[in-house]
Design a protein around this ligand. Structure first.
Ligand SMILES: [Zn+2]
Length: 224
Protein backbone atom coordinates (compact mmCIF):
# COMPACT_ATOMS: atom_id res chain seq x y z
CA UNK A 1 0.00 0.00 0.00
CA UNK A 2 1.16 3.49 -0.71
CA UNK A 3 1.32 5.97 2.20
CA UNK A 4 -1.87 7.56 0.80
CA UNK A 5 -3.67 4.20 0.85
CA UNK A 6 -2.46 3.50 4.37
CA UNK A 7 -3.66 6.93 5.50
CA UNK A 8 -7.06 6.27 3.95
CA UNK A 9 -7.22 2.87 5.63
CA UNK A 10 -6.36 4.38 9.01
CA UNK A 11 -8.98 7.08 8.52
CA UNK A 12 -11.52 4.37 7.74
CA UNK A 13 -10.52 2.40 10.86
CA UNK A 14 -10.79 5.57 12.95
CA UNK A 15 -14.25 6.16 11.61
CA UNK A 16 -15.44 2.66 12.51
CA UNK A 17 -13.64 2.54 15.84
CA UNK A 18 -12.90 5.96 17.36
CA UNK A 19 -10.35 4.37 19.70
CA UNK A 20 -8.11 3.92 16.66
CA UNK A 21 -8.23 7.61 15.77
CA UNK A 22 -5.46 9.56 17.47
CA UNK A 23 -6.32 13.03 18.60
CA UNK A 24 -2.69 13.71 19.45
CA UNK A 25 -0.97 14.82 16.27
CA UNK A 26 2.44 13.49 17.24
CA UNK A 27 0.99 10.09 18.08
CA UNK A 28 -1.08 10.07 14.87
CA UNK A 29 2.06 10.69 12.82
CA UNK A 30 3.92 7.91 14.61
CA UNK A 31 0.98 5.56 14.03
CA UNK A 32 0.91 6.39 10.32
CA UNK A 33 4.67 5.77 10.07
CA UNK A 34 4.27 2.44 11.82
CA UNK A 35 1.43 1.33 9.58
CA UNK A 36 3.21 2.48 6.41
CA UNK A 37 6.27 0.49 7.39
CA UNK A 38 4.31 -2.66 8.19
CA UNK A 39 1.86 -2.48 5.30
CA UNK A 40 4.23 -1.55 2.49
CA UNK A 41 4.03 -5.05 1.01
CA UNK A 42 0.32 -5.48 1.58
CA UNK A 43 -1.90 -4.49 -1.37
CA UNK A 44 -5.06 -2.48 -0.76
CA UNK A 45 -6.99 -4.76 -3.10
CA UNK A 46 -5.81 -7.90 -4.85
CA UNK A 47 -7.08 -10.94 -6.68
CA UNK A 48 -9.49 -13.39 -5.10
CA UNK A 49 -11.33 -10.97 -2.94
CA UNK A 50 -8.47 -9.45 -0.96
CA UNK A 51 -9.57 -6.06 0.30
CA UNK A 52 -7.65 -4.45 3.17
CA UNK A 53 -10.63 -2.24 4.04
CA UNK A 54 -12.84 -5.33 4.40
CA UNK A 55 -10.23 -6.88 6.71
CA UNK A 56 -10.28 -3.76 8.88
CA UNK A 57 -14.08 -3.77 8.96
CA UNK A 58 -14.22 -7.47 9.86
CA UNK A 59 -11.70 -7.01 12.66
CA UNK A 60 -13.55 -4.08 14.16
CA UNK A 61 -16.87 -5.89 13.84
CA UNK A 62 -15.62 -9.04 15.52
CA UNK A 63 -12.82 -8.15 17.92
CA UNK A 64 -12.99 -6.24 21.18
CA UNK A 65 -9.38 -5.06 20.68
CA UNK A 66 -8.41 -1.88 18.84
CA UNK A 67 -6.95 -2.80 15.46
CA UNK A 68 -3.19 -2.86 14.93
CA UNK A 69 -1.29 -3.16 11.64
CA UNK A 70 -0.60 -6.85 12.28
CA UNK A 71 -4.34 -7.49 12.14
CA UNK A 72 -4.04 -6.65 8.43
CA UNK A 73 -0.60 -8.12 7.66
CA UNK A 74 -1.46 -11.53 9.13
CA UNK A 75 -4.59 -12.13 7.03
CA UNK A 76 -2.64 -10.93 3.99
CA UNK A 77 0.15 -13.43 4.71
CA UNK A 78 -2.46 -16.20 4.87
CA UNK A 79 -4.16 -15.02 1.68
CA UNK A 80 -0.79 -14.83 -0.08
CA UNK A 81 0.20 -18.31 1.09
CA UNK A 82 -3.09 -19.68 -0.22
CA UNK A 83 -2.52 -18.01 -3.58
CA UNK A 84 1.03 -19.31 -3.88
CA UNK A 85 0.05 -22.80 -2.77
CA UNK A 86 -2.23 -23.07 -5.77
CA UNK A 87 0.18 -21.61 -8.28
CA UNK A 88 1.83 -24.13 -10.56
CA UNK A 89 4.23 -22.09 -12.71
CA UNK A 90 2.62 -22.14 -16.14
CA UNK A 91 5.14 -22.28 -18.96
CA UNK A 92 6.13 -18.70 -19.75
CA UNK A 93 6.09 -17.42 -23.31
CA UNK A 94 9.85 -17.31 -23.66
CA UNK A 95 12.36 -19.58 -25.31
CA UNK A 96 12.92 -22.42 -22.81
CA UNK A 97 16.51 -22.73 -24.06
CA UNK A 98 17.17 -19.22 -22.85
CA UNK A 99 17.75 -20.41 -19.32
CA UNK A 100 18.06 -17.00 -17.73
CA UNK A 101 15.04 -15.42 -19.45
CA UNK A 102 13.00 -18.50 -18.62
CA UNK A 103 13.84 -18.39 -14.94
CA UNK A 104 13.27 -14.64 -14.81
CA UNK A 105 9.85 -15.11 -16.39
CA UNK A 106 8.89 -17.83 -13.88
CA UNK A 107 10.09 -15.62 -11.05
CA UNK A 108 8.09 -12.67 -12.38
CA UNK A 109 4.94 -14.81 -12.57
CA UNK A 110 5.42 -15.94 -8.99
CA UNK A 111 6.05 -12.39 -7.83
CA UNK A 112 2.84 -11.24 -9.53
CA UNK A 113 0.89 -13.94 -7.69
CA UNK A 114 2.65 -13.26 -4.39
CA UNK A 115 1.79 -9.57 -4.56
CA UNK A 116 -1.80 -10.27 -5.47
CA UNK A 117 -1.55 -8.77 -8.96
CA UNK A 118 -2.18 -12.01 -10.80
CA UNK A 119 -4.43 -14.92 -9.98
CA UNK A 120 -2.62 -18.19 -9.36
CA UNK A 121 -2.50 -20.54 -12.28
CA UNK A 122 -3.57 -23.80 -10.72
CA UNK A 123 -4.07 -25.87 -13.84
CA UNK A 124 -2.15 -26.55 -16.97
CA UNK A 125 -3.63 -24.32 -19.60
CA UNK A 126 -6.96 -25.71 -20.82
CA UNK A 127 -8.63 -24.69 -24.02
CA UNK A 128 -12.17 -23.41 -24.24
CA UNK A 129 -12.29 -21.80 -20.79
CA UNK A 130 -14.26 -18.68 -20.01
CA UNK A 131 -13.26 -15.35 -21.52
CA UNK A 132 -9.93 -14.13 -20.17
CA UNK A 133 -11.56 -11.14 -18.48
CA UNK A 134 -14.03 -13.40 -16.69
CA UNK A 135 -11.37 -15.89 -15.64
CA UNK A 136 -9.17 -13.07 -14.38
CA UNK A 137 -11.91 -11.75 -12.14
CA UNK A 138 -12.93 -15.13 -10.81
CA UNK A 139 -9.39 -16.35 -10.45
CA UNK A 140 -9.77 -19.80 -11.91
CA UNK A 141 -10.16 -21.52 -15.21
CA UNK A 142 -12.72 -24.21 -16.04
CA UNK A 143 -13.61 -25.35 -19.55
CA UNK A 144 -16.87 -23.78 -20.71
CA UNK A 145 -18.57 -27.13 -21.27
CA UNK A 146 -17.73 -28.38 -17.79
CA UNK A 147 -18.81 -25.09 -16.23
CA UNK A 148 -22.12 -25.30 -18.03
CA UNK A 149 -22.79 -28.80 -16.74
CA UNK A 150 -21.80 -27.84 -13.23
CA UNK A 151 -23.82 -24.63 -13.25
CA UNK A 152 -26.96 -26.35 -12.00
CA UNK A 153 -25.09 -27.61 -8.96
CA UNK A 154 -23.31 -24.38 -8.29
CA UNK A 155 -25.95 -21.69 -8.66
CA UNK A 156 -23.92 -19.09 -6.79
CA UNK A 157 -20.84 -19.55 -8.92
CA UNK A 158 -22.94 -19.61 -12.09
CA UNK A 159 -24.64 -16.37 -11.11
CA UNK A 160 -21.27 -14.83 -10.36
CA UNK A 161 -19.91 -15.83 -13.74
CA UNK A 162 -22.97 -14.48 -15.50
CA UNK A 163 -22.51 -11.15 -13.74
CA UNK A 164 -18.84 -11.03 -14.66
CA UNK A 165 -19.56 -11.97 -18.28
CA UNK A 166 -22.14 -9.19 -18.46
CA UNK A 167 -19.55 -6.76 -17.15
CA UNK A 168 -21.46 -6.13 -13.95
CA UNK A 169 -19.62 -5.82 -10.63
CA UNK A 170 -18.90 -8.96 -8.64
CA UNK A 171 -21.10 -8.52 -5.58
CA UNK A 172 -19.33 -11.32 -3.71
CA UNK A 173 -16.09 -9.38 -3.83
CA UNK A 174 -17.42 -7.23 -0.99
CA UNK A 175 -19.05 -8.15 2.31
CA UNK A 176 -22.82 -7.73 2.59
CA UNK A 177 -23.91 -4.99 4.96
CA UNK A 178 -27.42 -6.38 5.03
CA UNK A 179 -26.86 -9.96 6.17
CA UNK A 180 -23.17 -9.52 7.12
CA UNK A 181 -22.00 -12.31 4.82
CA UNK A 182 -18.23 -11.82 4.47
CA UNK A 183 -16.59 -11.25 1.09
CA UNK A 184 -16.54 -14.42 -1.00
CA UNK A 185 -19.53 -15.93 0.75
CA UNK A 186 -23.10 -15.88 -0.54
CA UNK A 187 -25.79 -13.86 1.13
CA UNK A 188 -27.83 -15.69 3.73
CA UNK A 189 -31.10 -15.56 5.58
CA UNK A 190 -32.26 -16.97 8.85
CA UNK A 191 -33.85 -20.36 8.58
CA UNK A 192 -37.38 -20.20 9.87
CA UNK A 193 -38.34 -23.73 8.93
CA UNK A 194 -40.12 -25.61 11.73
CA UNK A 195 -37.71 -27.72 13.68
CA UNK A 196 -34.72 -25.72 12.46
CA UNK A 197 -32.27 -24.71 15.13
CA UNK A 198 -32.65 -21.12 16.21
CA UNK A 199 -29.98 -18.94 14.67
CA UNK A 200 -29.20 -21.18 11.72
CA UNK A 201 -28.69 -19.63 8.33
CA UNK A 202 -29.34 -20.78 4.84
CA UNK A 203 -27.62 -19.53 1.73
CA UNK A 204 -29.53 -17.28 -0.60
CA UNK A 205 -29.16 -17.86 -4.31
CA UNK A 206 -29.19 -14.16 -4.99
CA UNK A 207 -27.30 -11.38 -3.30
CA UNK A 208 -28.93 -8.53 -1.42
CA UNK A 209 -29.36 -5.47 -3.64
CA UNK A 210 -27.36 -3.27 -1.29
CA UNK A 211 -24.41 -5.58 -1.81
CA UNK A 212 -24.54 -5.18 -5.57
CA UNK A 213 -24.69 -1.41 -5.11
CA UNK A 214 -21.72 -1.55 -2.80
CA UNK A 215 -19.69 -3.65 -5.26
CA UNK A 216 -20.55 -1.18 -8.03
CA UNK A 217 -19.49 1.76 -5.87
CA UNK A 218 -16.28 -0.02 -4.91
CA UNK A 219 -15.47 -0.70 -8.53
CA UNK A 220 -16.12 2.90 -9.46
CA UNK A 221 -13.86 4.00 -6.63
CA UNK A 222 -11.04 1.74 -7.76
CA UNK A 223 -11.50 2.85 -11.36
CA UNK A 224 -11.37 6.52 -10.37
ZN1 LIG B 1 -26.65 -10.16 2.01
Amino acid sequence: MTPEEVAALLAYAGELDPRTANTDEEEARAQLRRWCELLQDVPAVAVEGWDAAAVVRRHIASSPWPIIAADVTRPWAAHRRALLARHTDPRPAVDPDDDRAYRDAIRAQRAAVATGQAAPNSTRQLTGGPAASVAARLGRVLPAAAAEQLAAYRPMRAAREAEAAAGRPDALAVACDWCHAPAGEPCRRRTLAPGAQAGTWSRRRTVHPTRTDKAAARRQESAA
